[in-house]
Design a protein. Structure first.
Length: 89
């Protein structure tokens, strides 16, 4: 798995907490492997992670946008579309 393109430290991306962390793949389902390979993941506190997967669609959309913007800074829009096949901006 590649280093996260959004974080260099193991801390909650939202709160900065250092305890009870889960790795969250920003692009999941069929895009999970690509998220691993391209560093599109963050650490989240466990409760935030579970809430995100169950009902926090606004945070999910926000993380997808932030990650796409960073990915495109590094590799460009065409590469993002080639890898993930959908724009979240």
């Amino acid at each position: 798995m590649a280093q996260s393109i959004l974080q260099s430290e193991k801390e909650c991306f939202v709160t900065g907490s250092l305890i009870n962390l889960d790795l969250h793949h920003i692009y999941h389902g069929p895009r999970r492997k690509a998220a691993d390979n391209w560093g599109c993941w963050v650490w989240l506190r466990h409760d935030i992670h579970m809430n995100l997967h169950s009902k926090d669609t606004e945070m999910d959309k926000m993380l997808k946008r932030i990650c796409q913007e960073r990915f495109e800074e590094l590799y460009g829009h065409d590469k993002f579309m080639e890898v993930f096949g959908k724009s979240y901006l």
